[in-house]
Structure formats: C-alpha cells, structure tokens
Design a protein around this ligand. Structure first.
Ligand code: AVJ
Length: 323
C-alpha cells in the first residue's frame, strides 16, 4: 500500500469560509479590533512569509537554521530512534528537512498546515527528497482538535512535536500555556517537544526585523485584508490602511497593526465596520522571551526544559522539552 505522491492520505480539516467569516466579524466587532495571525497564511501569504525568512533584517530563520546546523546530532540523540515527528504550522518545512535528515530512523513525518495548497506542495517535494520516510499530511488549524495519523508500517517509539520559528510567540501568554498543555496531552512519557523560542533583545533590532526596508512584511500584513476582500467579498481599501510594527516593552512583544488612514467604513458579510482616523486592527503578537520567562511558561504547560541551544549573540534558541 505504498502510494507515495498521491493525495489520498491527506487528512483535510481546513477551516471553512464560514469559520473565517465568523472569526473576522468577531475580531472586528471588538473594541480593540483584531484579526487572527493564522489567517495570514493563504497561498500568497505563505509565499510572502517565505520571503520574509530571507530578509536581511529578519534574523530569526537564519539564526535558528544556524543553531540547528551546529547542534543537529545532539538534538537527534536527545530525541532518539523511531520518533513520529509532528509539526504544527509546517509551512514549507524548510528547517524540518535538516531535522529529518539527522533523526535516527524516524517513524514518519506529520506536517500540520492550514494552507492546503502550500502543504501539498511541500509534501510532494518532501516525498521525493525523503522517499524512505512516510509523510502523513494534515490540513488544519493546529490549535483545533485534529487526529494524529498512524504510519502504515513500523514501530513508533515516541511522539516528537517540532514547533520551530517561535510560532509560540504569536499567542497571548495564557493561550501559549494552554497550547503547550494541549501538546503535552498528545505526547506520552517518552515523547518530547523541540521548540524554537525567540529571545528578548535590543528594540532597534526587533523593530527592524518587522519593518524591513523592502516592505515585504507590510505586504504580508496587508495581504490579510486583500484575502478578506477576495474570499469574503469585503471592500477594504488597501490604499487606506498602512502596516506598522512596534515593540511593546512592558509585554515583551512586537505588535503588528494595520492603521486606518482617515475615517472610513468597510462592509463584510452585510455588516459595516467603522474606523476612526488612526484606529488600528491588531494583527499579530510576536512575544520575545527570556530563558527564565520561557521556562516558567513551559512549566505552566506541563513541560520541563531539558536542553537549550543558542547562538553566540543569544538572539534565538532551540529548546528540548520533556513532560
Ligand atoms: C512565523 C510567527 C514566527 O512572529 O516573527 C514574520 C511571523 N510576522 N514577520 C514572527 C511574522 C511578521 C513570525 N512567526
């Protein structure tokens, strides 16, 4: 039953248009208007994100790849043989390729990704790059309740959740703790979590990383409104919203906003939403952690930090956690 390359093994739980509409209406009805960063990642948004990862200002991906490159054998040893590798928000699976190549006899790889098109593209290239590894894709919002597929053959010794990129930083702290606790429940005693955690640093470095000079991050942010126009028939005027990213020191996070240029109204699904001049939609948090701050968060989620790898500037870290 080895039909690698076919799409029949896809577990498809992509959020519906109705869920998207409900989430947008809920967010824009709040006194502080907000939209979930999960909706950045349609096909165009996923491609823009891949471009962000290569920007000179965006140190995160480069630094994480460097840390992985230097410590992969230790990571593979910590994880051990026959691991089922599960990756929430797998995108292009860029960093995973290195991990898959270094792991000791992995049982299978389960990429979990909200953009179906982006997921299937990544899966077809992974299948040709790793013909010996079973790839079991799941199209879903990774915070929703999805089933973890079982490989068709071979023993699974442990489940390993791989959560790179500091995606954990996107969540408000209480939700991040809840998400870590949910992940903990999906893993048994022998399993683990390998997670990328961005660290607190100079505010200038941080603000530059989210305000690149080419304006790619701005296009990524504004693509969310374009997507709402396309998929939900809304009438956002993209010329009248601008990208802004600011460091919030008290809460240790970058915040991305879409700021209204003047007073205006937008219609979505028959409802009107009013914006006063300079009013903004909050589109993303990106929390930056201290080592002790992340350790506390991990503990709240039921995890113990076993190993921490970092770069010489301590810009980013990759951490191995066990229940
Ligand atoms: C994918 C969530 C880690 O927060 O840095 C990049 C997304 N937003 N530039 C981040 C993002 C703006 C990114 N994460």
């Amino acid at each position: 039953m080895n039909n690698a390359g076919s799409e029949d093994r896809l577990q498809d739980q992509q959020p519906s248009r109705q869920t998207f509409l409900d989430d947008v209406v809920t967010g824009l009805s709040a006194s502080q208007k907000w939209l979930s960063p999960m909706y950045f990642y349609d096909e165009a948004g996923s491609k823009l994100f891949d471009r962000i990862c290569e920007l000179p200002e965006y140190y995160l991906t480069r630094t994480e790849l460097q840390i992985m490159g230097e410590h992969l054998p230790e990571m593979a040893d910590a994880i051990g043989p026959r691991a089922l590798l599960i990756e929430p928000g797998s995108g292009s699976s860029l960093k995973t390729r290195r991990l898959l190549a270094a792991l000791h006899d992995p049982a299978a790889y389960v990429p979990v990704e909200i953009s179906r098109e982006h997921l299937m593209n990544a899966v077809s290239s992974l299948r040709s790059e790793f013909p010996g590894i079973e790839i079991l894709p799941v199209c879903a919002d990774f915070t929703s309740d999805f089933d973890i597929p079982e490989p068709a053959s071979g023993e699974v010794k442990r489940r390993l959740i791989y959560f790179p990129g500091s995606t954990i930083g996107n969540f408000p702290i209480d939700e991040a703790a809840e998400l870590l606790a949910t992940m903990r429940k999906k893993i048994d005693a022998g399993g683990g979590l390998l997670i990328g955690v961005d660290l607190r640093k100079d505010a200038v470095v941080l603000e530059k990383a989210y305000n690149d000079h080419e304006g790619v991050t701005g296009r990524f942010n504004l693509n969310l409104l374009h997507r709402i126009n396309q998929e939900l028939g809304a009438d956002f005027d993209l010329e009248r919203f601008r990208h802004r990213a600011v460091w919030n020191d008290e809460n240790s996070r970058i915040e991305m906003h879409l700021v209204s240029d003047g007073e205006q109204s937008v219609t979505i699904g028959g409802q009107d939403f009013h914006f006063v001049d300079d009013e903004y939609i909050l589109t993303e948090y990106s929390h930056k952690f201290t080592f002790s701050g992340f350790e506390k968060l991990a503990r709240e989620g039921g995890w113990t930090v076993r190993q921490v790898w970092t770069d010489n500037r301590e810009y980013f870290s990759v951490q191995y956690l066990e229940p």
